[in-house]
Design a protein around this ligand. Structure first.
Ligand SMILES: Cc1cc2nc3c(=O)[nH]c(=O)nc-3n(C[C@H](O)[C@H](O)[C@H](O)COP(=O)(O)O)c2cc1C
Length: 185
């Protein structure tokens, strides 16, 4: 699949079919996250692949999102802040979020390329989520991804914002690109 196609095809799926994905394909998708840029080249992410139905159910409860229970697998993105915050102090926490996002997008594009489906779960009760997954207080849960095959329903494609409403040139709110001075008469 071409990059543009994966970018445009990626979408959140909240209804999964009964077909169980091959966990090795999911590992390939997780592997794509390793190639994301990291501040100071300090790799801060850790992953959990979950297939235990009881754990999946507890995760769904911690997120208060029932549809997660349909998934046969979950991928959990975690950050270990120790090294990044040692090098960058408070700013390190911003970097952790940013680089998790970059890695997640790699993962989502690979999921799309492999014909799998998921939805980014960022809304959850943190303490309950950590308990469900056996995660220590020092590690942060970035996001959860229920993985499956899309149960296709007829739905309108989601509207995306217009580029020209959010793009400026040289200065914030300047909507016009300056003419390039060539020095030629
Ligand atoms: C940081 C973040 C947190 C999100 N959390 C949730 C969530 O908890 N539950 C959910 O159903 N979707 C969640 N989403 C998915 C968004 O609702 C979805 O990306 C958005 O509606 C755009 O749709 P699309 O992904 O199909 O383009 C989250 C997305 C992001 C980026």
């Amino acid at each position: 699949m071409k990059l543009d196609e994966a970018i445009q095809k990626r979408h959140s799926v909240r209804r999964f079919s009964d077909k169980k994905p091959d966990w090795r394909t999911i590992i390939e998708c997780i592997d794509s996250a390793r190639y994301a840029p990291m501040a100071g080249n300090i790799f801060s992410l850790q992953f959990i692949l979950v297939d235990n139905p009881e754990t999946i159910s507890r995760v769904a409860e911690a997120a208060a999102q029932d549809f997660i229970k349909q998934a046969k697998y979950l991928v959990v993105f975690c950050s270990n802040p120790t090294q990044t915050t040692r090098y960058y102090g408070e700013r390190g926490y911003d970097y952790l979020r940013q680089q998790a996002g970059a890695a997640i997008q790699n993962f989502l594009l690979k999921i799309t390329e492999k014909g799998l489906a998921t939805c980014w779960i960022g809304h959850f009760e943190n303490t309950e989520m950590k308990k469900a997954l056996g995660i220590s207080s020092k590690i942060e849960v970035e996001a959860i991804f229920p993985i499956g095959y899309e149960h296709k329903i007829k739905a309108k494609p989601k509207k995306k914002c217009n580029l020209y409403n959010i793009l400026y040139f040289n200065k914030y709110k300047n909507k016009k690109m300056n003419k390039i001075k060539t020095g030629l008469a």
